[in-house]
Design a protein around this ligand. Structure first.
Ligand code: MF3
Ligand code: CO
Ligand code: CO
Length: 253
């Protein structure tokens, strides 16, 4: 669970590539494009430009490079050539890249065209939830502190936290131990140690926390049909706090 400096450098490279996919695809996210086209653009970029591997392809039978989760979809939306983005949509794009065996996993929200204020607010508060979770990461703190920071901010804003899906340890294994819950009680759970790598990926709903899985076996939606947002980073625990391995060009930590 604790990574050596060589292993950390492998994770840094994988994280950087994953972030670069989201940077690259940003200009393509516009009304009229299909989620299937976005998937193909990212797939080809990873394989041909980055000389890396799209981790989701073939993962437990998933066939695409991206998860594209629109509006009331919480996570694991499947890119589709017939699903076109429209003005007002909110979209999560989640990508994982493998480089030299190491995984970098990250996602961001996109506002498509002109979106409603309540959706923009959900998206930005969810990003703040991720940032507050990251800030709670430091050696000696507990995983419950991370979950608590996220939950507190979400609930203060009258949103709910999805409980059935969580962050995860990450390295040569995509979904490793420990589970990173996005809710919790301060000073409980596993102690955080320098050299650990894990994702934080809060899914925050406008309405209730309850979920339903569609018959495609992947797509997870809110039970009440109201919108959901998610942001994800892969992080490394450092001596003083954390390093965000999937930092994008629009971010400063
Ligand atoms: N990237 C997702 C996560 O954050 C997992 C996607 S698995 C897939 O952990 F098969 F749906 F792609
Ligand atoms: Co993840
Ligand atoms: Co992900």
């Amino acid at each position: 669970m604790i990574k050596s400096i060589e292993e950390i450098n492998g994770m840094r490279e994988a994280g950087k590539l994953a972030a670069e996919v989201l940077d690259m695809v940003t200009d393509f996210v516009k009304p009229g494009i299909s989620t299937g086209e976005l998937d193909k653009i990212c797939h080809d970029y990873i394989v041909e430009e980055q000389k890396a591997v799209p981790a989701n392809v073939g993962y437990r039978g998933f066939e695409k490079t991206l998860c594209t989760s629109l509006n009331q979809v919480i996570c694991h939306g499947i890119p589709d050539d017939k699903r076109f983005l429209k003005n007002g949509d909110i979209l999560n794009i989640d990508v994982t890249v493998i480089k030299d065996g190491w995984h970098g996993d990250t996602s961001k929200m996109f506002l498509v065209g002109k979106t409603e204020a309540h959706n923009e607010r959900l998206v930005s508060i969810t990003q703040e939830c991720l940032y507050k979770g990251i800030k709670a990461v430091m050696p000696g703190a507990k995983l419950g502190d991370v979950g608590h920071a996220i939950q507190e901010h979400a609930e203060k804003n009258h949103y709910s936290v999805v409980e059935e899906y969580c962050g995860h340890g990450i390295g040569k294994v995509y979904h490793d131990e420990p589970q990173i819950l996005h809710y919790g009680t301060p000073n409980t759970g596993l102690e955080i140690k320098e050299g650990m790598c894990f994702t934080i990926e809060p899914m925050i709903n406008l309405g209730t926390k309850f979920t339903k899985k569609l018959s495609d076996g992947w797509t997870v939606e809110t039970k009440d049909g109201r919108n959901s947002a998610q942001w994800e980073h892969t992080i490394l625990v450092t001596k003083k706090g954390s390093e965000v391995l999937t930092k994008r060009s629009d971010e400063n930590f």
